[in-house]
Design a binder for this molecule. Structure first.
Ligand code: CP
Length: 310
């Protein structure tokens, strides 16, 4: 079994069978990560560059650890300390790095479509680690993996994506991933943070958070992305927290146990209260843990080293 794509640019491009393969392979790598020796020689002759043009904590560390667990040679690139600050273009930067015989590129960029653009100019496989407000495919894959791990098959499960849907690449990748895997998806947030015509992607829309929480099995609470909002789209963070914040009080009022997720970083007290973020129903740190296995699976499958897995 192999993936139908050369790059992992977005979940939009994947077949359901690709998603199944990545999740199944991630489960095998998760087993590797429970061993006393967590390293396998799978990618020992592969070099991977992590090109991060935008800040990251979880994704950057998770990819680097996944590469090291697979015995790949890793090179880390941060735009702020590179020749990009002297005016070098994205393509020149990538071509110069790849001329040093680098096999794969993991890339985060603030511009939507940047990894797709790069994919047209280089031969190496590219994994999108988040591009602007477009997609964050490995986040959606680790989210789906974590849901499956907690409550079983995604088919027929009800997932509410809550908050800043408009500016969230996590939301778009989750919508593609969950609907391809047979889950039902609703988006919920203030009308100004819900894109027009989002129903065309096969999701429902709710504006009342209690209605969405009562409906769902899983609430994936998204960060308010103030850095991507050119003008204010709600009156204040206090008012947002009052109407759309997920806290103990609102969860008690729905009289039902649901799984709580958040991709991080959390604005504690805004989209999610600390008592909920740190509760037994929250799987936020499981998501982070699973990210390493999911990224090992993506790297392994794109590298095409079929015979050397474990
Ligand atoms: N979830 C996520 O992408 O977090 P980082 O921005 O810290 O990588």
């Amino acid at each position: 079994m192999s993936l139908s794509v050369k790059h992992l640019l977005g979940i939009k491009d994947l077949l359901p069978s690709d998603i199944e393969l990545i999740l199944k392979t991630a489960a095998q790598f998760k087993e590797v990560l429970q061993r006393p020796i967590k390293k396998v020689p799978t990618l020992r002759d592969t070099s991977v560059v992590n090109l991060f043009f935008e800040n990251s904590t979880r994704t950057r560390i998770s990819f680097e650890l996944a590469e090291k667990r697979l015995s790949a040679d890793t090179i880390n690139f941060a735009a702020s300390s590179s020749s990009v600050s002297k005016g070098e273009t994205l393509i020149d930067t990538a071509k110069n790095i790849l001329s040093m015989k680098v096999d794969m590129v993991v890339m985060r960029h603030s511009a939507s479509g940047a990894p797709h653009f790069l994919a047209q100019h280089i031969n190496a496989s590219i994994i999108n680690a988040g591009d602007g407000i477009n997609e964050h495919p490995t986040q959606a894959l680790l989210d789906s993996f974590s849901i499956q791990e907690r409550i079983g098959s995604l088919k027929g499960k009800k997932v509410a994506l809550i908050g800043d849907i408009m500016h969230s690449r996590v939301a778009l990748s989750n919508i593609y991933c969950l609907t391809k895997m047979g889950a039902e998806v609703v988006v919920c947030g203030p009308p100004t943070l819900i894109p027009k015509h989002i129903e065309s992607l096969g999701v429902g829309v709710m504006y009342d958070i209690k209605e969405a929480l009562k409906w769902c099995d899983v609430a994936n609470v998204l960060r308010i992305q103030l850095e991507r909002q050119n003008k204010p789209l709600f009156s204040s963070l206090r008012e947002y927290a009052m109407y759309y914040g997920v806290n103990k009080q609102v969860l008690q009022s729905i009289d039902k146990e649901i799984v709580i997720m958040h991709p991080g970083p959390i604005n504690r007290g805004v989209e999610l209260s600390s008592d909920v973020a740190d509760s037994k129903n929250a799987i936020i740190l499981d998501q982070v843990e699973n990210g390493v296995a999911v990224r090992m699976a993506a790297l392994y499958l794109l590298a095409g080293k079929k015979d050397q897995m474990l």
